[in-house]
Write a protein that binds this ligand. Structure first.
Ligand code: GTP
Ligand code: MN
Ligand code: MN
Ligand code: MN
Ligand code: MN
Ligand code: MN
Length: 209
């Protein structure tokens, strides 16, 4: 038995495939719907309850449809990905994009769903902790707050002594699109968690509680 089967559940089917970086602007995707979203984060090693190292403050949002996801949205006609994600962060989070904005170098990963003819592009925006707290506060005044967006949350990246509460529990939430994969990809490529820590969180089982 593989480790996943041993825990009594199969890997969730994933309709999204990673687009190689060199193929993101490929003709294959010109007729597709495109959207771009962003992980806003700050390094943060200040212990929670004097015990848990939060590692980073990563922002996600509760959407109007009940799913968790990242700020961002659909690319409008004539817009490039970076312009769109910055505009959506202004609409959904009231982000001051004259101070904080993403550029092409902040691209993390792109995914493609053939079934939905949908390409999803993912960016990162690193800020310091003081600015992150200000961004959280400003988000309450966003144009889309209370409609498209129901709130900003920080992702708990630590795991409690029962090996389940904290990050593993958070990963049981319902995530829109491939936002859960985007989160895991960013944690790994931004070196926020080690591959071992990521694997532990993915394999954690409530039976241990
Ligand atoms: P409107 O302004 O109401 O049109 O919404 P939007 O432009 O903000 O679009 P939205 O953020 O809902 O993103 C468009 C589509 O992308 C959604 O229907 C989802 O399928 C997908 N999506 C939304 N959020 C995320 C996310 O965080 N990650 C990923 N991978 N996909 C997402
Ligand atoms: Mn209390
Ligand atoms: Mn939007
Ligand atoms: Mn959106
Ligand atoms: Mn939109
Ligand atoms: Mn909108």
């Amino acid at each position: 038995l593989g480790s996943t089967e041993a825990f009594g559940r199969l890997p969730e089917p994933n309709e999204f495939v990673v687009i190689p970086k060199s193929e993101i602007h490929c003709e294959k995707y010109t007729g597709s719907t495109h959207a771009a979203h962003c992980l806003i984060y700050a390094e943060n090693n200040e212990r929670v309850f004097d015990i848990y190292n939060p590692r980073a403050a990563i922002l996600m949002q509760l959407r109007y449809d009940g799913y968790f996801g990242f700020p961002g949205g659909l690319i409008d006609a004539g817009e490039d990905f970076v312009t769109a994600v910055n505009r959506e962060m202004a609409e959904e989070m009231n982000l001051d994009t004259s101070k904080h904005s993403v550029n092409h170098d902040d691209h993390v990963i792109s995914h493609w769903s053939e079934k939905r003819n949908l390409a999803l592009h993912f960016y990162k925006l690193k800020v310091n902790m003081t600015d992150l707290i200000e961004i959280e506060r400003q988000a309450l005044l966003a144009e889309d707050y209370g409609s498209e967006v129901l709130g900003t949350v920080r992702v708990p990246l630590y795991t409690l002594g029962d090996h389940y509460r904290g990050f593993p529990v958070f990963l049981k939430q319902n995530f829109i699109g491939c936002s859960r994969d985007q989160l895991m990809a960013a944690l790994s490529s931004l070196n926020i968690l080690t591959p071992e820590e990521i694997q532990l969180a993915l394999n954690a089982n409530s039976r241990n509680v």
